[in-house]
Each structure stands twice: as structure tokens, then as C-alpha cells.
Design a protein around this ligand. Structure first.
Ligand code: SAM
Length: 226
């Protein structure tokens, strides 16, 4: 009995009750356009949202590395009633991080990578149905606000590509995850700095990053209960 509509064992009754890859009260997803060949990531994020919803994990949402807001659109549409922090320079990578990446990882990138965005563009993409979005613009972690520090989280998506912000994001968000909350780190199997930051943090905190089979190899960390 499968969840995927394309499977010959697709179980309509089960999916009608539990929503399949989508919220149980909807027949179809909100349209997002993550890269078209990355439907695994889209499905993964829907199932992770559903797990948080089914287990009634309290808390806000956050995304570090928003770019044009496609993943943020998916997350907001799943949880429109939750506070959602959107954290980005909205101007691309920072010079300090680019230099660090080149020096320590041997990865050459530039400050204009991902600069073709803005807060208004992100808001147009998400088209929020509530006023629960809070944009935090600037270099993370310098951009951390009191409202972000005081929040507790159910779901955090780290997608900043580079070592420095990923390291800072793990140190900031993991302690603020509620029990049963989930951290998704994109590019664990794509950008070397992300992988290094995750492995270092997990080793120091005795955590296990669970690898996912999406295009860029996300990984997932769940905060234990109790
Ligand atoms: C891959 S893009 C995010 C894509 C987005 N999550 C999506 O799924 O469409 C990476 C983003 O991380 C942001 N970023 C990288 N380092 C950052 C830092 N130190 N502070 C804030 N934003 C940063 C970049 O500006 C860029 O928009």
C-alpha cells in the first residue's frame, strides 16, 4: 500500500485520510517550483511538515537562506498560522563567507551568487494568507533579532550553502528546537562547507544527521523528546 500516486499499490483510502504527500485537508499541493527534477525534496518537505503537524509539535518556522522564496512558500502554505522567520541577506553571499569558503574548502563562489532577489519579490512569491511572516534581512548571525532569539521552533530549514552561516545556524537553532522538532539542512551532499559544519556540530552534540535522497542530499536532525 503506497503513498505515491504512480505506484500500482497506491492506496487511495489511506491517502484520502492522511493526505498523501499533502496536508490531509487538501487534495492538491500549493504550486511551488523547486527545481523540477527535485520532486523528492518537495515530497520530503511535505512529509516532514505532516509529521510535525500529526505530532502537534509547537513552535515557529524559520528558513536561513530564502533566496526567492520557493521553499518558504511551501512551508508557509502548510503552516499559515505559524510565525515564520525568513532570514537572508536578500543580496547574495557575504564577502567574509566567500573568502572563507575559498580558503578553507577550496570552493570558488562570488558575492553576487543569489543576489537576484529582494524582500518584496519573496513576499510576492509566497503571497501569504496571514501576517505571520517576519523578514530578517542582513548577514546571519549578526542579523539575529530579540524576537528570533526568544522564539522556539518546530521546523527550521537551513539552506545557506556555505560553512559559516550553516555552522552559526546549527549553533543558534538546534538549542531552540522544541522536542520532536526537525532541522532540515539542504546540500549536505552537495556543498562541502555545509557537510563539514553539520558533521562538526553533530559530533560535538552527539547527534546523527540522517541523509535524504533528494537532488542535493539534504539531511535531517530530529530533537529528541525528553
Ligand atoms: C540556495 S539559496 C536559498 C534557496 C532557498 N532556500 C530555496 O529553496 O529557494 C542560499 C541563500 O542563502 C543566503 N545566505 C548565504 N549566506 C548567508 C548569510 N551569512 N546570512 C544571510 N543569508 C545568507 C543567500 O543570500 C541565498 O539567498
Amino acid at each position: 500500500m503506497d503513498i505515491d500516486r504512480r505506484s500500482i499499490w497506491y492506496d487511495h483510502a489511506f491517502n484520502k485520510t492522511y493526505g498523501g504527500f499533502f496536508p490531509s485537508d487538501r487534495k492538491t499541493p500549493h504550486k511551488v517550483s523547486l527545481q523540477p527534477h527535485d520532486s523528492v525534496r518537495e515530497d520530503m518537505l511535505h512529509l516532514i511538515c505532516r509529521s510535525i503537524s500529526d505530532r502537534s509539535v509547537d513552535g515557529a518556522l524559520a528558513e536561513l537562506g530564502v533566496f526567492q522564496g520557493e521553499t518558504a512558500k511551501l512551508l508557509h502554505n502548510y503552516f499559515p498560522k505559524r510565525r515564520f522567520f525568513l532570514i537572508d541577506t536578500f543580496d547574495g553571499f557575504h564577502e567574509t563567507d566567500v573568502q572563507h569558503e575559498s580558503r578553507e574548502m577550496g570552493v570558488q563562489t562570488t558575492v553576487d551568487h543569489f543576489s537576484e532577489t529582494s524582500e518584496s519579490r519573496v513576499l510576492r512569491t509566497i503571497n501569504p494568507s496571514t501576517d505571520n511572516l517576519e523578514i530578517i534581512k542582513g548577514y546571519f548571525p549578526d542579523s539575529i533579532t530579540p524576537s528570533l532569539s526568544e522564539s522556539r521552533f518546530a521546523l527550521v530549514h537551513l539552506d545557506a550553502d556555505l560553512y559559516n552561516p550553516t555552522k552559526a545556524g546549527l549553533a543558534f537553532f538546534y538549542p531552540r528546537l522544541n522536542p520532536g522538532g526537525i532541522l532540515v539542512i539542504h546540500d549536505f551532499n552537495a556543498w562541502p562547507g555545509v557537510r563539514k559544519a553539520v558533521l562538526e556540530y553533530c559530533e560535538s552534540e552527539k547527534l546523527i544527521p540522517l541523509p535524504m535522497p533528494d537532488k542535493s542530499g539534504s539531511c535531517v536532525i530530529i530533537k529528541p523528546i525528553g
